[in-house]
Design a protein around this ligand. Sequence first.
Ligand code: FAD
Length: 228
Amino acid sequence: MKKINIPPSKHVKVLDGQGWVGLIDQLGTEMTILNAARVSFGKMKESMDENDIVLLDYLIKNKHTSPLEHIVFTFSVHCPLFVRGQWHRHRTWSYNEISRRYTEIDLEFYLPEKLRKQAPVNRQASVEWENCDFGEFRTMMKEHNDRSLKLYHELLAKGVCREQARAVLPQNMMVTFWATVDLNNLIHFLELRDSEHAQWEIREYALAIKKLVSPVIPNVAKILGWQD
Ligand SMILES: Cc1cc2nc3c(=O)[nH]c(=O)nc-3n(C[C@H](O)[C@H](O)[C@H](O)COP(=O)(O)OP(=O)(O)OC[C@H]3O[C@@H](n4cnc5c(N)ncnc54)[C@H](O)[C@@H]3O)c2cc1C
Protein backbone atom coordinates (compact mmCIF):
# COMPACT_ATOMS: atom_id res chain seq x y z
CA MET A 1 0.00 0.00 0.00
CA LYS A 2 1.15 3.56 -0.76
CA LYS A 3 1.14 6.43 1.73
CA ILE A 4 -1.38 9.16 0.92
CA ASN A 5 0.72 12.03 2.25
CA ILE A 6 2.92 11.80 -0.85
CA PRO A 7 1.90 13.98 -3.82
CA PRO A 8 0.26 12.12 -6.74
CA SER A 9 1.87 12.34 -10.21
CA LYS A 10 -0.27 15.36 -11.22
CA HIS A 11 0.28 17.96 -8.51
CA VAL A 12 1.31 21.57 -7.91
CA LYS A 13 3.48 22.56 -4.96
CA VAL A 14 2.51 25.53 -2.80
CA LEU A 15 3.66 27.31 0.38
CA ASP A 16 7.34 27.28 -0.60
CA GLY A 17 7.16 23.59 -1.46
CA GLN A 18 5.82 22.54 1.94
CA GLY A 19 2.25 21.94 0.74
CA TRP A 20 0.73 20.61 -2.45
CA VAL A 21 -2.52 19.87 -4.19
CA GLY A 22 -2.85 16.93 -6.56
CA LEU A 23 -5.45 15.85 -9.08
CA ILE A 24 -6.40 12.27 -8.23
CA ASP A 25 -9.37 11.71 -10.51
CA GLN A 26 -11.87 13.43 -12.77
CA LEU A 27 -15.23 12.66 -14.33
CA GLY A 28 -16.46 14.32 -17.52
CA THR A 29 -15.13 16.76 -20.09
CA GLU A 30 -16.33 20.05 -21.58
CA MET A 31 -18.42 17.90 -23.95
CA THR A 32 -20.24 16.55 -20.89
CA ILE A 33 -21.26 20.11 -19.91
CA LEU A 34 -22.55 20.81 -23.41
CA ASN A 35 -24.45 17.55 -23.69
CA ALA A 36 -25.98 18.05 -20.22
CA ALA A 37 -27.22 21.44 -21.44
CA ARG A 38 -28.62 19.81 -24.60
CA VAL A 39 -30.61 17.23 -22.63
CA SER A 40 -33.32 19.91 -22.56
CA PHE A 41 -33.67 19.49 -26.35
CA GLY A 42 -33.29 15.68 -26.27
CA LYS A 43 -30.03 15.90 -28.26
CA MET A 44 -26.31 15.22 -27.84
CA LYS A 45 -23.08 15.58 -29.85
CA GLU A 46 -19.79 13.69 -29.91
CA SER A 47 -17.31 16.42 -30.76
CA MET A 48 -16.98 20.14 -30.09
CA ASP A 49 -17.00 22.98 -32.62
CA GLU A 50 -16.89 26.81 -32.44
CA ASN A 51 -20.64 27.04 -31.69
CA ASP A 52 -20.11 24.87 -28.63
CA ILE A 53 -17.60 27.35 -27.22
CA VAL A 54 -20.23 30.09 -27.67
CA LEU A 55 -22.72 27.87 -25.79
CA LEU A 56 -20.19 27.24 -22.97
CA ASP A 57 -19.62 30.97 -22.67
CA TYR A 58 -23.39 31.57 -22.56
CA LEU A 59 -23.95 28.92 -19.86
CA ILE A 60 -21.19 30.28 -17.62
CA LYS A 61 -21.96 33.98 -18.07
CA ASN A 62 -25.70 33.46 -17.54
CA LYS A 63 -25.22 31.25 -14.48
CA HIS A 64 -26.90 28.27 -16.14
CA THR A 65 -24.95 26.21 -13.64
CA SER A 66 -26.53 22.74 -13.49
CA PRO A 67 -24.70 21.38 -16.60
CA LEU A 68 -21.42 22.22 -14.82
CA GLU A 69 -22.35 19.85 -12.02
CA HIS A 70 -21.79 16.86 -14.32
CA ILE A 71 -18.02 17.34 -14.18
CA VAL A 72 -16.38 16.15 -10.95
CA PHE A 73 -12.79 16.41 -9.69
CA THR A 74 -11.05 14.63 -6.80
CA PHE A 75 -8.03 16.39 -5.33
CA SER A 76 -5.61 15.36 -2.63
CA VAL A 77 -4.52 18.26 -0.50
CA HIS A 78 -1.55 18.59 1.85
CA CYS A 79 -1.99 21.77 3.87
CA PRO A 80 -1.72 23.23 7.39
CA LEU A 81 -4.65 22.72 9.76
CA PHE A 82 -5.59 26.42 9.57
CA VAL A 83 -6.02 26.18 5.79
CA ARG A 84 -7.99 22.96 6.17
CA GLY A 85 -10.32 24.79 8.58
CA GLN A 86 -11.13 27.40 5.92
CA TRP A 87 -11.42 24.82 3.13
CA HIS A 88 -13.84 22.59 5.04
CA ARG A 89 -16.30 25.47 5.39
CA HIS A 90 -17.18 24.66 1.78
CA ARG A 91 -20.01 22.20 2.43
CA THR A 92 -20.58 21.22 -1.17
CA TRP A 93 -17.29 19.25 -1.24
CA SER A 94 -16.86 15.68 0.05
CA TYR A 95 -13.85 15.07 2.29
CA ASN A 96 -11.81 12.23 3.75
CA GLU A 97 -8.78 12.98 5.91
CA ILE A 98 -5.88 11.20 7.64
CA SER A 99 -7.02 10.66 11.22
CA ARG A 100 -4.81 11.38 14.19
CA ARG A 101 -6.97 8.90 16.10
CA TYR A 102 -5.40 6.14 13.98
CA THR A 103 -1.84 7.29 13.37
CA GLU A 104 0.85 9.28 15.16
CA ILE A 105 3.53 9.10 12.47
CA ASP A 106 4.65 11.51 9.71
CA LEU A 107 3.91 14.67 11.69
CA GLU A 108 5.10 17.79 9.86
CA PHE A 109 4.69 21.49 10.59
CA TYR A 110 4.44 24.36 8.14
CA LEU A 111 7.16 26.94 8.68
CA PRO A 112 6.49 30.07 6.59
CA GLU A 113 9.46 31.56 4.73
CA LYS A 114 8.05 35.04 5.35
CA LEU A 115 5.68 36.50 7.92
CA ARG A 116 3.21 39.31 7.28
CA LYS A 117 2.12 42.18 9.48
CA GLN A 118 -1.42 42.67 10.76
CA ALA A 119 -3.28 45.05 8.41
CA PRO A 120 -3.88 48.40 10.17
CA VAL A 121 -7.59 48.71 9.27
CA ASN A 122 -9.02 45.42 7.99
CA ARG A 123 -9.05 43.12 11.00
CA GLN A 124 -8.94 39.91 8.97
CA ALA A 125 -6.20 40.97 6.55
CA SER A 126 -2.42 41.12 6.56
CA VAL A 127 0.20 43.18 4.73
CA GLU A 128 3.72 42.55 3.46
CA TRP A 129 6.49 43.05 6.00
CA GLU A 130 9.30 44.80 4.22
CA ASN A 131 12.95 44.75 5.29
CA CYS A 132 12.35 42.19 8.01
CA ASP A 133 14.73 39.41 8.97
CA PHE A 134 12.30 36.55 9.56
CA GLY A 135 15.00 34.27 11.03
CA GLU A 136 14.14 35.07 14.66
CA PHE A 137 10.39 34.38 14.16
CA ARG A 138 11.08 31.19 12.23
CA THR A 139 13.37 29.94 15.00
CA MET A 140 10.69 30.70 17.63
CA MET A 141 8.07 28.85 15.59
CA LYS A 142 10.37 25.89 15.01
CA GLU A 143 11.13 25.65 18.75
CA HIS A 144 7.41 25.72 19.50
CA ASN A 145 6.81 22.91 17.00
CA ASP A 146 9.60 20.82 18.51
CA ARG A 147 8.25 21.36 22.04
CA SER A 148 4.71 20.44 20.98
CA LEU A 149 5.90 17.31 19.23
CA LYS A 150 7.99 16.31 22.26
CA LEU A 151 5.03 16.80 24.60
CA TYR A 152 2.79 14.82 22.23
CA HIS A 153 5.22 11.88 22.26
CA GLU A 154 5.64 12.10 26.05
CA LEU A 155 1.86 11.90 26.51
CA LEU A 156 1.67 8.90 24.18
CA ALA A 157 4.57 7.23 25.99
CA LYS A 158 2.74 7.65 29.31
CA GLY A 159 -0.29 5.90 27.84
CA VAL A 160 -2.51 8.86 26.84
CA CYS A 161 -4.64 7.96 23.80
CA ARG A 162 -3.85 9.49 20.39
CA GLU A 163 -7.26 11.19 20.17
CA GLN A 164 -6.50 13.30 23.27
CA ALA A 165 -2.70 13.70 22.91
CA ARG A 166 -3.21 15.39 19.52
CA ALA A 167 -4.78 18.35 21.35
CA VAL A 168 -1.26 19.73 21.97
CA LEU A 169 -0.34 19.82 18.26
CA PRO A 170 -0.35 23.33 16.76
CA GLN A 171 -2.40 24.89 13.95
CA ASN A 172 0.51 24.68 11.50
CA MET A 173 0.48 20.87 11.57
CA MET A 174 0.20 19.53 8.02
CA VAL A 175 -2.82 17.38 7.21
CA THR A 176 -3.67 15.41 4.09
CA PHE A 177 -7.20 15.00 2.79
CA TRP A 178 -9.08 14.01 -0.33
CA ALA A 179 -11.66 16.48 -1.58
CA THR A 180 -14.21 15.88 -4.31
CA VAL A 181 -16.32 18.59 -5.90
CA ASP A 182 -18.33 19.29 -9.03
CA LEU A 183 -17.25 22.05 -11.39
CA ASN A 184 -20.00 24.47 -10.41
CA ASN A 185 -19.02 24.38 -6.73
CA LEU A 186 -15.32 24.39 -7.64
CA ILE A 187 -15.82 27.65 -9.57
CA HIS A 188 -17.61 29.11 -6.52
CA PHE A 189 -14.72 28.04 -4.25
CA LEU A 190 -12.15 29.56 -6.62
CA GLU A 191 -14.06 32.85 -6.81
CA LEU A 192 -13.99 33.09 -3.00
CA ARG A 193 -10.52 31.71 -2.36
CA ASP A 194 -8.53 33.13 -5.27
CA SER A 195 -9.50 36.57 -4.15
CA GLU A 196 -7.65 39.42 -2.51
CA HIS A 197 -10.02 39.00 0.46
CA ALA A 198 -8.85 35.43 1.08
CA GLN A 199 -5.83 34.52 3.20
CA TRP A 200 -2.64 34.20 1.12
CA GLU A 201 -2.10 30.59 2.10
CA ILE A 202 -5.47 29.26 0.86
CA ARG A 203 -5.19 31.49 -2.19
CA GLU A 204 -2.01 29.58 -3.11
CA TYR A 205 -4.09 26.37 -3.18
CA ALA A 206 -6.83 28.00 -5.28
CA LEU A 207 -4.24 29.16 -7.83
CA ALA A 208 -2.69 25.68 -7.90
CA ILE A 209 -6.11 24.14 -8.59
CA LYS A 210 -6.59 26.51 -11.51
CA LYS A 211 -3.26 25.28 -12.93
CA LEU A 212 -4.26 21.64 -12.44
CA VAL A 213 -7.71 21.78 -13.99
CA SER A 214 -7.15 24.33 -16.79
CA PRO A 215 -5.68 21.71 -19.18
CA VAL A 216 -8.74 19.50 -18.58
CA ILE A 217 -11.29 22.27 -19.25
CA PRO A 218 -9.32 24.75 -21.40
CA ASN A 219 -12.29 26.66 -22.84
CA VAL A 220 -13.96 27.03 -19.42
CA ALA A 221 -10.62 28.22 -18.01
CA LYS A 222 -10.34 30.80 -20.80
CA ILE A 223 -13.93 32.04 -20.35
CA LEU A 224 -13.29 32.46 -16.61
CA GLY A 225 -9.95 34.22 -17.21
CA TRP A 226 -7.90 31.59 -15.37
CA GLN A 227 -5.21 31.58 -18.05
CA ASP A 228 -4.53 35.33 -18.01
C1 FAD B 1 -12.65 36.02 2.59
C2 FAD B 1 -13.49 35.15 3.47
C3 FAD B 1 -13.62 35.46 4.81
C4 FAD B 1 -14.40 34.64 5.64
N1 FAD B 1 -14.50 34.96 6.97
C5 FAD B 1 -15.23 34.18 7.78
C6 FAD B 1 -15.36 34.49 9.17
O1 FAD B 1 -14.82 35.47 9.67
N2 FAD B 1 -16.09 33.66 9.95
C7 FAD B 1 -16.73 32.57 9.43
O2 FAD B 1 -17.39 31.86 10.19
N3 FAD B 1 -16.64 32.26 8.13
C8 FAD B 1 -15.91 33.02 7.30
N4 FAD B 1 -15.81 32.70 5.97
C9 FAD B 1 -16.46 31.47 5.48
C10 FAD B 1 -17.75 31.82 4.70
O3 FAD B 1 -18.70 32.40 5.55
C11 FAD B 1 -18.33 30.53 4.06
O4 FAD B 1 -18.68 29.62 5.09
C12 FAD B 1 -17.36 29.84 3.14
O5 FAD B 1 -16.74 30.76 2.27
C13 FAD B 1 -18.10 28.78 2.33
O6 FAD B 1 -18.90 29.44 1.38
P1 FAD B 1 -20.26 28.82 0.87
O7 FAD B 1 -21.20 28.54 1.99
O8 FAD B 1 -20.77 29.73 -0.21
O9 FAD B 1 -19.72 27.46 0.20
P2 FAD B 1 -20.41 25.98 0.17
O10 FAD B 1 -20.59 25.53 1.57
O11 FAD B 1 -19.56 25.18 -0.73
O12 FAD B 1 -21.79 26.26 -0.44
C14 FAD B 1 -21.92 26.67 -1.82
C15 FAD B 1 -23.29 27.28 -1.99
O13 FAD B 1 -24.27 26.26 -1.75
C16 FAD B 1 -25.39 26.84 -1.06
N5 FAD B 1 -25.50 26.21 0.27
C17 FAD B 1 -24.66 25.31 0.82
N6 FAD B 1 -25.12 24.93 2.02
C18 FAD B 1 -26.26 25.63 2.22
C19 FAD B 1 -27.19 25.68 3.29
N7 FAD B 1 -27.06 24.95 4.39
N8 FAD B 1 -28.26 26.49 3.15
C20 FAD B 1 -28.44 27.25 2.04
N9 FAD B 1 -27.58 27.25 1.00
C21 FAD B 1 -26.51 26.44 1.09
C22 FAD B 1 -25.10 28.33 -0.95
O14 FAD B 1 -25.63 28.98 -2.09
C23 FAD B 1 -23.60 28.40 -1.00
O15 FAD B 1 -23.09 29.65 -1.45
C24 FAD B 1 -15.05 33.49 5.12
C25 FAD B 1 -14.90 33.20 3.77
C26 FAD B 1 -14.15 34.00 2.95
C27 FAD B 1 -14.01 33.64 1.49
